[in-house]
Design a protein around this ligand. Sequence first.
Ligand code: AHM
Ligand code: MG
Length: 325
Amino acid sequence: MITTIQHHILREQQRISGARGTFSWLLSGITLATKMTESRIRRAGLMDTLGEAGGMNVQGEAQQKLDVYANEALMHCLGLRDSVAVLVSEENEEPVTFDRKSEGGEYAIVFDPLDGSSNIDVNVNVGTIFSIFRCAAATESGHRGAVLQRGRKQVAAGYVIYGPSTMLVYTTGHGVFGFTLDPAIGAYVLSHENIRMPEAGSIYSVNEANADDFPPNYREYLQLLRQKKLGRRYSSRYIGSLVADFHRTLLKGGVFLYPPTAGYPNGKLRLLYEANPLAFIAEQAGGAAVTGSGCVLDVEPCDIHQRVPFVVGGKEEVDFFMTHA
Ligand code: AHM
Ligand code: MG
């Protein structure tokens, strides 16, 4: 018989919250919101959901209508859960906090509601990325402190990819599991048990149009891959939707890089809701993720929207980056 994500999470939460049900209730907020978003995405082009919403987000990027919808869906579905104390979104400058009094308020959730949304008008894959922390660190530093925790402290992380099919991939630190949305029953069904990232692959993924701006060590690394220094020929793939580029790297192996550039001296991708959750999944699947100077998961965050250089992939490619670049 099938295993739904609800069933899987019920088993996982024994390790996380001592089977009190708060964790599975929390995750059901994420699955519901992503199903709402997926249904809008499926009808994009038929409804008035394509194009810009007219506003800018905190990153100074034009918000798409679907960015706004995906953000509201997550804010609404998670805001109703008593166990949520803080929500941080790419689309909101400040954390959204909830005063839960004595009961609840255990978790902080950080998310990118619609990653790669500039691709949506051309019918290319987009995604939702999330990361969950316990609020233990929210002491004097308040709610901001609850989310300014190292990636190693995540209790769960995952993403949804809206592609030819819709998949949710998540980890609670005990392996990585993938679920495919079965539209006939409206449930995420286990389709990828204990995902392992190949130790080595043959694809590199980077926005090569920026190569003249990359620091020399990144340029050199890509050149060494092209020169078959790892013993095989590499091919290049770049979708420009992080979730999609990462998902391919997770399943097929290889390496994805977003290096520092002139426009983005710290790299373009955000630590809390892009790099950290994907780094957690990569490590859990046997891969690795670094900023160029160390593991992504060891970076001590200082700002909720901070950016980091991001190199993620199979062990062999990432080790080679660290030793040769
Ligand atoms: P966003 O859509 O949440 O703003 O995310 C940024 C996107 C990532 O999905 C993707 O990896 C990257 O920007 C692509 O950037 P570029 O167009 O500079 O290659
Ligand atoms: Mg993003």
